[in-house]
Every structure is written in C-alpha cells, then in structure tokens.
Ligand binder design. Sequence first.
Ligand code: TRP
Length: 371
Amino acid sequence: MSGNEFTVTPWSVEGDIDYDKLVQKFGTEKISPELLDRIKKITGELHPMLKLEYFFSHRDMDKILSEYEKGNKFYLYTGRGPSGSVHMGHLLPWVFTKYLQEKFGVNLIFQITDDEKFLYSDEKSFDDVSRYTNENILDIIAVGFDPKKTKILIDSKDIKQIYPISLEIAKRITYSTVKAVFGFQNSTNIGMIGFPPIQAAPCFLPSIIEGKPTPVLIPAAIDQDPYWRVTRDIAEKIGYPKPAQIHSKFLPGLGIRGKMSSSIPETAIFTTDDEEMVDKKISNSFTGGQPTVEMQRKLGANFNICPVFWYLRYFFDSEKDSNERARKCKSGELLCGECKADLQNAAKPFIVDFKKKREKAKDKVDKFLFK
Ligand code: TRP
C-alpha cells in the first residue's frame, strides 16, 4: 500500500486511516457537539472516550436518545470474533459499552462469532476457535458487565436463538450486495458468504425477547459498519427498527507504524501478559520519536503516529495531562523513554488487576450464558 491509501473491512485494516474520509466513504455521521451535550444530559459526565473522540462517528444515536427520553429503552449489542487472545485494544470498546450499560441501565447482548473465525481462517480448527471462545469470555466478564443485564451468545452453541431471524435476513440480501459491501470473491468459501445474516440477527433479537419493537445501539470499531449497512437496508422490510451504531477508531499497535497483530505478539499487550512482558513490549515499542536525542530536542516528535501516546491517552492520562504530553512531545521537551516509562508504570498495575478479575470470572461464566 502506497502513500495515504487505506482499506478498512471487517477482516483487515491497513494503511494510514483518514477517519474523516472513512465517515464519508461509509456514509456515517460524525458525533457532533450537540449530540455530546444530549448524551451528557443523561450520563451526567462524558466518558473520556467520547471527549477524546475515540468514539467519533454514529448512525441514529440521536434517535436512540429521543426514544430513551420518551421512556423507551434500547438494548446494547456488541461482539467478539474469537480469533486469538484478547489485548488492550479489544478492551476499549468493551469498557465503553459497560459505561453505556451502567449509565442507561440497559440490557446487553454480546455475540461470540466462533463460526466466523473458523470459516475465515485457513489454519484454525474448530477446537482452536472454541478454546479462544472460552478464554475470551473470561476477558469479557472481567470488564465488569452486569450479569443480570448481559447475555453472551455463542453462535455455534446458541444458534437456535438467532437462526429463524437470520433466515428472514438472508432471504432478503443478494449475493451481489454482499459481494459489493464485503468484497467477497469467487474464491471466498460459501460459509463466509452466508455469514453476514448471523451477525445481523442479534440486532433484532431484543424485539423478539421484549415482544415489541426494541432498537439496538451497537458500540463497535468502525470496521464492522458494513454489517450494519446491509442490516439497516432490510430492517424495516421485515418489521424491525433499524440498528443504531456508535463507532470507534482503532488503537494503534506497538509495532512499526502502529501495526498490531495477534499473530505478532510483540505488537500488543495481552490481558494475560506478565509484568516482565509488558515492560519489554513497551520498551521495544515503535514511537513517533526521532532517531537521536539531539534531533528530538531540536525537531520534536510526532505523537500522532505514536502508539505509546495513544495507549496513555485512551487508557490512563487525563485529558489535560494528555494535551500537555502532546505539547511537550511536539516541542522536543519530552523524550520517548519518559513516555514509555509512564506507560509501563500505568499498564503493569492495570494488567495485574485485570488478571485478578479474569480469575474471578471463572466462577461467573454460567450467569452470562444463554440458557
Ligand atoms: N465480527 C466481530 C469480530 O470479528 C464480532 C462481532 C459480532 C461484533 N457481533 C458484533 C463486533 C457486534 C461488534 C458488534 O470481532
């Protein structure tokens, strides 16, 4: 990929992403200051991920708020493709979803697309994917969702909950639509081609559970948007409200130019890493710094492309501290070693604590599964 080209699909994110262009390309809306004000009226405070524009785009969030103000509750819906271990980048939208659950007092459906990840990967056996399913569920529970208001739906196990709806959806989506929206090729296996209705189906499950039209709000990274585009097109035809979305950006990885990949473990901090690994990964991280201290003092560094900066900004720094860090980085006052040390000091206790919650989650799994 050359220059400033980028691609974003549900299965691959590449290049330097221009989020404004992406909003145009996908036809979503940026979150406006007015919308933030409306959210603030209900939540009492704005989550840092909204303030700092980690969640930056939406579809119909305004409608969800209007219904909520009238006393009509929505459901939250999000999910996880169990293709590997969970890293800090995965946690951000989940932490945000938990905040929405708390502030709005609403139910959540959490889908695990083990089918999708089995079909997508040439190497993974179904057993491999199932192992990740069980492991990932511990991470999801450790985030702290309300067990009384949260159901985890495992596609291969709970298919009967969604199969009838997915048939209604599948019947109304043509091959030429999914080919255009998802970029399927003649060589794509037909399991993948038939998968989108399975991820669409939980959008309508709340209406069935509640016995009346009940919209969903989907907090997710913007790469999942193609699913919701096709779902929105057919929703009203089959008598359900269109699903609404709130979209996040991506957390850059610790690899060169923000690469993060579960297949290159050095590029991400996993929830199961020990303190030594966390230290080492951060020490070796790519940054926006200059090759030498002298050059950095003189020219300053580029926090925009620096994963260390973004990890600190989204997880640990206050808005004020983060802005100050950005200023000092640009001016050359701050060296990369200092930011790395700050991140190490913050990430280590975070991971230690998360691991404890993950252990405790083992006793809670039953409460979260569909009966
Ligand atoms: N396809 C998603 C992934 O690979 C998992 C998923 C299923 C999801 N349903 C969702 C993500 C709803 C966000 C919202 O990770």
